[in-house]
Design a binder for this molecule. Structure first.
Ligand code: SF4
Length: 495
C-alpha cells in the first residue's frame, strides 16, 4: 500500500474537529493528502524526515494578489502560508492554477480595478481547466458586490470576507468537494484565530496584527462596515508571536490596527497600547518597533511618554489629519478639532524632537469651502509633515458622507489637491534635509532597484537611504552617514 493510500485510509477515520485552529489544520491535511499526495502535518503523527523530504505528487501553483493596506498585506501572508502548507507552490504570476485576490474597497477605483482584472483571469481560466479563482477581503463584505459577482462572474470559484479569513482551507476544501461556487461572508465576528501558517514576505521584518476592526465610524469611511467591531488580540498571543518572529530572524515589527490607540479595551484584563508597547520592548533581540495607525482622538500622553523613553520604538508617528477645518472634522465625525490636533503635534515634537510625523489628508469632502481648504493648508504649514498621503474624497455608498449634499465639483477638488500636494512636497523636502550630515542606524532592506552597487534601507524615521554595500547586509542595522539629501531620500556612506 503506498503512503498516500495509507494516510487517506487513516484520515477517513477522523472526525472534523469543531475547535479552531484544529479544524483548519484538519482541512489543510485533507487537501495535502487528497490533492497533493503529501503526508499530513497535524492530524496523524508522521516521521519528521518523511515530512521534510515529501514532494507533492502533482505541481500546482498559486498566486495571492494584495490590494490596499498593510493589514491586507499581513492577511495575504497568512493566506499564502495556508496555500503553501496545503502543497501549492507560491508564484508571483497570475497565470497560476490558483489565484486569490485579497481586495480593498476604501476607494471606488479599488473595486473597478478588481472587476477589470477578473476579465483577464477568466481568459487564463479558459486555457487552464484546473484553474481556480478566489476573492476575499474588504470588497467582498459589500452585499451589492457579491450579488454582482454571483450574477456576472460565475467563473469565480470562491468568495469569502474579512471575518472568516482563517477558514480559507475549509472553504477551499468545500469548493473542491462541491465543484460549485462557494460564498461565505460573515456580517461580523468576535473570533480571533491564532497559529495559522504564515508565508512572510521579508525575513527580517514583519507586520503583527494587534487588533481588528474599528468603532470610529468616520463619516466617509467604509472600514467599520467591512472590518467589523474592534477586537484586540491577547497580549500574550502578540508577545508569543513576536518572540517566535525574533527567533526566526526578525529585527523589526510593525504593529497593525485600524486604530492602535484603542488597543485592549475589549480584553478581559484591559491593557493600554502604551502598556503593550512596554511589554514588547522587553523582547530580547527585537531592535525596532513600528505601529500604525494612530487616531488623534485617543493619542495619550502615556503613549507619547513611552515613545520618548523607548530605545526600540521608532521615531515615527503616522497621525492622520484628514482635514484642517474643525467644521469639516465635525462632519467627518473625527472627534478632534484643529486646535487639539496641533497641540498633539506640539507635544510629540517636545517629547521627541526629531520625530518624523506623517499624515493622511482628504481633499473635497462634501461641503468643503475654500476657507475650509485654507484651514487644511494652514495646519500643513504649522505641522510641517515629513510626508503626507493626500487623497481626493471618494464617495463610498453606505457611508453617511455619501448621502451628504454639496458634493464638491471634481475640477475644484483637483485644483485644491494639486495645491496641497505642492505644499506638502515643499515642506517634506525641507524636513528631510534636517538630517543631512548625521550618522544614523539604517535597517538594510534590499539591493537598490536601479543600481546594484547600492543598498537600500530605512532610518527609524522611515526615510529611505541608499548607500554602497552588498546583499550580505540585508536584514542588518548598520550606521550610515547621510551625505546628500535628494528631496525625499538620502545618499549615504556606511561608517
Ligand atoms: S478610524 Fe476612521 S478612517 Fe480609520 S478605519 Fe476607522 S472609521 Fe476608517
Amino acid at each position: 500500500m503506498n503512503r498516500q493510500q495509507y494516510y487517506s485510509d487513516l484520515f477517513r477515520q477522523l472526525s472534523v474537529p469543531s475547535e479552531e485552529p484544529l479544524r483548519q489544520q484538519y482541512f489543510i491535511d485533507k487537501l495535502r493528502i487528497f490533492m497533493f499526495g503529501l503526508p499530513p502535518k497535524y492530524t496523524i503523527p508522521v516521521d519528521s524526515e518523511e515530512l521534510a523530504s515529501a514532494k507533492p505528487l502533482v505541481r500546482r501553483t498559486a498566486c495571492v494578489s494584495t490590494f490596499g493596506c498593510q493589514m491586507n498585506a499581513r492577511d495575504s501572508e497568512k493566506l499564502s502560508g495556508i496555500l503553501q502548507e496545503i502543497g501549492y507552490e507560491i508564484i508571483e504570476d497570475e497565470k497560476a492554477d490558483f489565484v486569490l485576490y485579497n481586495t480593498c474597497t476604501v476607494r471606488e477605483n479599488a473595486n473597478m480595478r478588481v472587476y477589470g482584472r477578473l476579465g483577464v483571469l477568466n481568459g487564463y481560466k479558459k486555457k487552464n481547466d484546473q484553474m481556480l479563482i478566489a476573492l476575499c477581503g474588504c470588497m467582498m463584505q459589500e452585499t451589492q458586490v457579491v450579488e454582482k459577482l454571483k450574477k456576472s462572474y460565475r467563473f469565480v470559484d470562491l468568495i469569502f470576507g474579512t471575518h472568516n479569513l482563517y477558514k480559507f482551507a475549509e472553504l477551499l476544501s468545500d469548493r473542491i468537494d462541491s465543484g460549485e461556487m462557494v460564498i461565505d461572508i460573515w456580517k461580523d465576528t468576535t473570533q480571533i484565530v491564532e497559529d495559522l501558517p504564515v508565508d512572510r514576505k521579508y525575513p527580517f521584518k514583519s507586520g503583527v496584527n494587534i487588533m481588528f476592526g474599528c468603532n470610529n465610524f468616520c463619516s466617509y469611511c467604509i472600514v467599520p462596515y467591512v472590518r467589523g467591531r474592534e477586537r484586540s488580540r491577547r497580549p500574550m498571543d502578540i508577545i508569543r508571536e513576536i518572540e517566535n518572529l525574533v527567533a526566526d530572524g526578525v529585527v523589526e515589527v510593525m504593529l497593525l490596527g485600524q486604530n492602535v490607540n484603542s488597543y485592549g479595551k475589549n480584553l478581559e484584563e484591559p491593557m493600554t497600547f502604551a502598556q503593550l508597547l512596554q511589554e514588547i520592548e522587553k523582547i530580547e533581540g527585537l531592535e525596532r518597533i513600528r505601529f500604525m495607525t494612530s487616531h488623534p482622538k485617543d493619542l495619550s500622553d502615556e503613549l507619547i511618554e513611552v515613545m520618548a523613553n523607548s530605545k526600540k520604538i521608532c521615531r515615527h508617528m503616522h497621525l492622520p489629519l484628514q482635514s484642517g477645518s474643525s467644521r469639516i472634522l465635525k462632519l467627518m465625525n473625527r472627534r478632534y478639532d484643529q486646535e487639539r490636533y496641533l497641540s498633539l503635534v506640539e507635544k510629540l515634537r517636545k517629547a521627541i524632537p526629531d520625530i518624523a510625523i506623517t499624515t493622511d489628508i482628504i481633499v473635497g469632502f462634501p461641503g468643503e469651502t475654500e476657507e475650509d481648504f485654507e484651514q487644511t493648508m494652514e495646519v500643513v504649514r504649522k505641522a510641517r509633515y515629513d510626508s503626507a498621503f493626500t487623497f481626493i474624497y471618494s464617495k463610498r455608498s453606505g457611508t453617511p458622507a455619501a448621502a451628504m449634499e454639496n458634493q464638491v465639483p471634481e475640477e475644484v477638488t483637483k485644483a485644491r489637491f494639486d495645491r496641497l500636494l505642492a505644499l506638502v512636497q515643499e515642506i517634506s523636502r525641507e524636513q528631510t534635509a534636517r538630517f543631512t550630515g548625521q550618522t544614523v542606524p539604517v535597517l538594510v532592506e534590499d539591493v537598490n532597484d536601479h543600481d546594484a552597487s547600492l543598498m537600500t534601507g530605512r532610518m527609524d524615521t522611515n526615510l529611505l537611504v541608499h548607500f554602497p554595500g552588498d546583499a550580505s547586509m540585508i536584514g542588518k542595522i548598520v550606521n550610515v552617514r547621510l551625505d546628500e539629501c535628494k528631496g525625499f531620500y538620502f545618499l549615504g556612506t556606511q561608517v
